[in-house]
Each structure stands twice: as structure tokens, then as C-alpha cells.
Design a protein around this ligand. Structure first.
Ligand code: VGL
Ligand code: ZN
Length: 219
């Protein structure tokens, strides 16, 4: 049974896929605690495309103040360093997206009206969660895959930040969950800790089965 969705005032094409907006939060914008260069440019793209989708979900990085992905929790290490965290490789980050803080909020300019559900992640202090579907150890699910399946979704379109972290892991998990995946590259920006990280991430997503679109398609 098709779902009965209407979009505020827009009579355009309605795409029978879910749009996943990854971590469009204040701390990832220029000037934020974990700033991703030019991330602010994708907000207008999100606002433009989101009204065309049947289902739009947003992920939200949502850490307790003592999250162990924060360099501040490790006396001998600094941001950008790679450590072993309970058996998983972990890049240490500046404190960011602390639950309830202004930096954890969605960017004010982001149109949240088409967003039907928000999936928060990274709440457990011992394990990071880049993907919107699972934590990095693949032990706990956020419920996103089940939510999308309940709505009859078979294909997802992914955009947001950061291309080389949360977008990449969300795309790879979506493929593992059996969804068709399109990466909206124009709507993504990356951290690029090392030169070439974004390019390698995009290649990894493509090899895993994602379709990479380099244009926004809809106006
Ligand atoms: C992210 C690093 C730490 C992301 C989240 O949204 O890509 N990156 N937490
Ligand atoms: Zn985080």
C-alpha cells in the first residue's frame, strides 16, 4: 500500500525513496567544535531536495560529556590521534555534539519540516557511532533500518557530513542492510584529516555498491 504523504505547498515529483540527512549540526559547521570546511554550503541543498522525498530522516550525533571519542577523556592523547578503544580503532575528536548543548542542535537554517524522524547516535560513552544504523562495533542498532523497512523503503539517498566518517559509515551500513544507496556528493563535505580521505571514502562507497551522484538533480 502506498503511503499517503503530502508535502507542504509543493506539487512536484515525490521520490519513493528515503533521504537521510547525516549530522547537519552546529558543531560540524564552520566555527563549530568539529568544523568541517564548507559544510554550511550543503544546508541549502538539503532544503532544496528534502521536499521531494516521501520519507526524510535526519541523524544526530548525540554524545554524553564524557564520551570516550573525546580527546579530553584521554590524558596522554590529543585530537586527531588514533587509539584502540575497547578493541576498536578510534580517532580522537574535540568535544562535540554534547547532548543538549547548542553545538548538538541542528543548524538553524535547516528546514526540519519534511523530516519525519530523527535518529540519535553515539550515546554510549564506550563506543562511537559514525553510522546512522549501528555503533562502530555493530553491537547496537539505532532502529533506522527497521523504521525504513516498515515504511516500505528500498532505496535511500544519503547526504551530509562528514563524507569520510558518518556519511561513509551510514552508506556502507545501508548497503549491508540491503538498501539501494545513492550518495548525493554535492550535498556532502568531509573532514579530510589526511589528504585524499574524502576521495578514498567516495571510492570505498562506490566499490561497496553505492551510486555516486555528483549533481543535485532537483531544483
Ligand atoms: C562525525 C566525527 C565524530 C561525523 C561525528 O558526523 O562525521 N565525525 N563524530
Ligand atoms: Zn561524534
Amino acid at each position: 500500500m502506498p503511503l499517503d504523504y503530502t508535502f507542504g505547498g509543493e506539487s512536484g515529483e515525490v521520490i519513493d525513496k528515503a533521504l537521510i540527512l547525516v549530522d547537519l549540526q552546529v558543531d560540524f559547521m564552520p566555527g563549530g567544535a568539529l568544523a568541517v570546511a564548507y559544510a554550511d554550503e550543503v544546508i541549502a541543498i538539503a532544503n532544496r531536495v528534502s521536499k521531494h522525498y516521501k520519507v526524510v530522516v535526519a541523524t544526530q550525533d548525540w554524545h554524553p560529556a564524557d564520551h570516550q571519542s573525546f580527546a579530553s577523556q584521554h590524558a596522554d592523547h590529543g585530537p586527531g590521534e588514533l587509539i584502540d578503544l575497547h578493541g576498536l580503532p578510534q580517532v580522537l575528536w574535540p568535544d562535540h555534539c554534547v547532548q543538549g548543548s547548542p553545538g548538538a542542535a541542528f543548524v538553524e537554517e535547516l528546514d526540519m519540516s519534511p523530516v519525519c524522524a530523527v535518529f540519535r547516535k553515539g550515546m554510549s560513552p564506550e563506543v562511537d557511532s559514525y553510522s546512522g544504523f549501528h555503533d562502530n562495533g555493530h553491537r547496537r542498532s539505532t532502529g533506522l533500518a527497521g523504521y525504513l523497512r516498515e515504511l516500505g523503503i528500498q532505496e535511500v539517498v544519503v547526504m551530509g557530513v562528514a563524507t569520510d566518517y558518518c556519511v561513509k559509515f551510514t552508506v556502507l551500513d545501508a548497503l549491508k542492510e540491503g538498501f539501494g544507496v545513492e550518495l548525493l556528493l554535492a550535498g556532502c563535505r568531509g573532514v579530510e584529516l589526511e589528504d585524499g580521505d574524502v576521495e578514498r571514502a567516495v571510492e570505498e562507497m562506490r566499490v561497496a555498491g553505492a551510486t555516486v551522484r555528483d549533481e543535485t538533480l532537483l531544483s
